[in-house]
Unconditional design. Structure first.
Length: 385
């Protein structure tokens, strides 16, 4: 009998080795800061050999997510006898899989770009989750539209909780938050969907006033690059080319790549009077912002969960301000401190998740309706703030 080993089996084992090595490196260094050559070296193979299995780092990340989904994804199948409470159990299992939340969050942000090879996978994954969640929520809803809106809100909540947990390790109880959310749904049902108004109004997106014109072009080009490629792969030369500037002119605006990132963060993404400590205002303003501004914001936030990322401190500060601001506002209405903090994390998480959802499907995601429904269970005094 011939040997069971052969080119196919050897190739399959090598692909598994590549994914194992990438998994470890993505956890330790972050996805964007890990090169294909790093992965090849950790796999014990050459760079050309790796390219025979995976043509890009994006393909590796997508394959990792698909592999992890296959290992642990046990959402009930269509037609199964299930309740929404299954979600808290899945969240508990997710936390036992090293790197799962970080890897998923990295793909969640960068795959908002239609050009990303994982975009179709994430859209399919999100559509399947929405369909299942809507079915499970129907018994608790006035109609299918209310169930569908709550499914979208619940998915945004979960996505946002995972982002927060990476910035504040040990502070965010994802399974506990989800279990509390589910318990409220089972007790009181889902908020009724607001009357349809024929879609969101088309507001003219606004861009911060930046002078001189060359600086505005440079920062816009950099932000658009971050939205498509993330920080690490956006070179100074590519930004200069996109902005119609020479590299020397760009260096006059921002001396280093890090200086350029800092300028985008402070002058484009964290514009005064829009974001900062008020997650509701930030969320309501999404349709009034250019899509590429929100995309750059989300991509950078999802990849900067690793402390070594140059945007990590900025994003941590920004999220800390949002949590503190929401907690203070809720506590001022008379909510006990512990509940105010928990509700604040829910609101901030939903705001983050809705921003992601809006990027994947801006025509069908209404940020105001999603946040208003999230506040429906709070006392009237808390909702009015």
């Amino acid at each position: 009998m011939g040997s069971s080993r052969g080119p196919y089996r050897t190739g399959r084992e090598r692909a598994v080795r590549i994914l194992d090595a990438a998994h470890v490196l993505f956890i330790e260094n972050g996805y964007r800061a890990t090169s294909l050559r790093d992965i090849a070296a950790a796999s014990g193979i050459s760079h050309p050999a790796l390219l025979r299995h995976f043509g890009s780092r994006e393909e590796i990340l997508t394959a990792l997510i698909e592999r992890l989904d296959g290992v642990h994804d046990d959402w009930p199948e269509e037609g199964a006898d299930a309740t929404p409470a299954a979600a808290a159990d899945i969240a508990r299992r997710n936390e036992t899989i090293p790197g799962w939340i970080g890897l998923f969050t990295a793909l969640l942000g960068e795959a908002t770009s239609p050009e990303h090879p994982g975009h179709a996978l994430m859209r399919r994954r999100r559509a399947a989750g929405m369909a299942l969640a809507t079915r499970l929520l129907l018994p608790y809803s006035a109609d299918e539209r209310s169930a569908s809106l709550e499914a979208l809100r619940f998915g945004a909540f979960w996505d946002g909780l995972q982002i927060l947990s990476l910035y504040f390790p040990g502070e965010i109880d994802i399974p506990g938050q989800i279990a509390a959310y589910e318990a409220e749904l089972e007790r009181g049902g889902t908020p009724e969907a607001p009357a349809e108004t024929g879609g969101q109004e088309d507001a003219e997106p606004t861009f911060p006033a930046i002078e001189p014109e060359s600086r505005r072009r440079a920062l816009e080009a950099a932000a658009r690059r971050y939205a498509r490629q993330g920080y690490h792969e956006a070179s100074m030369q590519s930004v200069a080319d996109d902005a119609g500037l020479t590299k020397a002119a760009l260096v006059h605006i921002a001396r280093t790549k890090r200086d350029l990132l800092d300028a985008v963060l402070t002058e484009v993404i964290d514009t005064p009077g829009q974001e900062g400590e008020d997650p509701a205002r930030w969320l309501y303003s999404l349709p009034q912002r250019p899509r590429w501004v929100t995309a750059a914001d989300v991509v950078l936030m999802c990849e900067a969960t690793v402390p070594a990322h140059p945007a990590h401190a900025f994003m941590t500060r920004r999220l800390s301000e949002a949590r503190r601001g929401a907690t203070s506002a809720l506590a001022a209405t008379g909510l006990p401190p512990a509940r105010a903090a928990s509700e604040a994390d829910r609101i901030v998480s939903i705001a983050l998740g809705v921003a992601v959802s809006w990027l994947y499907d801006p025509d069908h995601v209404d940020p105001r309706a999603l946040l208003d429904g999230a506040l429906a269970h709070l006392p009237t005094s808390a909702r009015s703030r």
